[in-house]
Design a protein around this ligand. Structure first.
Ligand code: PXL
Length: 294
């Protein structure tokens, strides 16, 4: 089978008209990295769900017919990348989509978008959390934030987690099925830095990338991070380089936006920083952690 001359990703996410999250972030990032994005939209929203009174059109009933058309066209994807999902039924559809299209060279990235800062997003029900625990089994890579780690593990949210606890969470999450787990937004005890710590079960290595923390939460930063991971791995980068590029790009976005007075709900000013993605590997700061893998 010939591979696609331009790498192709099926991106299963919502389209939120205002507030830079999901497809409005993922498409420009992956396009800038030379990857073709084929959106499988899960819902259309007026804004993301953190604005009060958002309008919402659920596309659950349209998803399988779209997938069936893609099947008739015999499309092949280099990756399936899912994020925010609107209902438990959608999670099932994504699971079947992965099973139907999977071949040995296809990458599956599941960003288990369910909440932030210890809270589930308003549209995420407990039933959806159980379904997400099923979906992550099918992934090669998952990118939960700390809130999502605790939801996936059925444990109450905490922030003061030790390195040893992070190591245990990574091992438990890998036991659920994914080969690689990257936990984002891990605060350091002094709150000056925030880290991503990842484990690759295929070679037993743990990696850490840190950046300085600014006291602001911009929706869509997780989508930004995961999209750069997808683009970077598809370009052939190693895991630590992909993590490094993703952390540094998301951090650049936060810093480009942070100095403006207050509308963090609008997300990071991606338009200002997209050109930096056309550079491949830049100076890196990743660390390998000398942790036991059992
Ligand atoms: O990934 C963040 C995200 C995506 N989609 C919708 C959201 C959010 C976060 O608030 O509300 C609809």
């Amino acid at each position: 089978m010939f591979s696609n001359p331009v790498k192709r990703v099926a991106a299963v996410h919502d389209m939120s008209g205002f507030g830079r999250v999901s497809l409005t972030v993922i498409i420009p990032i992956l396009s800038s990295m030379g990857v073709q994005v084929c959106p499988l939209p899960t819902a259309i929203l007026s804004t993301h769900s953190q604005y009060e009174g958002f309008e919402f059109v659920d596309l659950t009933a349209n998803m399988q017919p779209i997938i069936d058309h893609w099947k008739r066209l015999k499309l092949r994807f280099d990756a399936i990348y899912s994020g925010f999902l609107g209902s438990a039924a959608q999670i099932d559809i994504v699971a079947r989509f992965i099973d139907d299209f999977r071949d040995e060279n296809m990458l599956v990235v599941v960003d288990p978008v369910m909440g932030d800062n210890g809270k589930r997003y308003t549209s995420i029900s407990p039933e959806m959390v159980s379904e997400m625990q099923m979906l992550v089994r099918k992934a090669d890579i998952i990118t939960p934030n700390l809130t999502e780690v605790f939801l996936l593990l059925n444990e109450p949210y905490r922030t003061n987690v030790s390195d040893e606890e992070i190591r245990q969470y990574l091992l438990r999450l890998v036991d659920m099925g994914p080969k690689i787990v990257a936990i984002t937004s891990i605060p350091t005890s002094d709150n000056l830095n925030t880290s991503v710590i990842a484990y690759n079960s295929e070679d037993g290595r743990f990696w850490k990338v840190s950046c300085s923390y600014l006291p602001a939460a911009f929706p869509g930063t997780g989508d930004t991070f995961a999209s750069v991971i997808v683009g970077s791995i598809l370009q052939g980068d190693s895991l630590p380089i992909a993590l490094d590029r993703a952390v540094n790009f998301a951090s650049l976005g936060v810093r480009a936006t942070f100095g403006y007075p207050g509308k963090p709900l609008e997300g990071i000013m991606l338009e200002r920083i997209l050109p930096s993605l056309s550079q491949a590997v830049q100076p890196t700061s990743y660390e390998i952690l000398n942790w036991e893998n059992h």
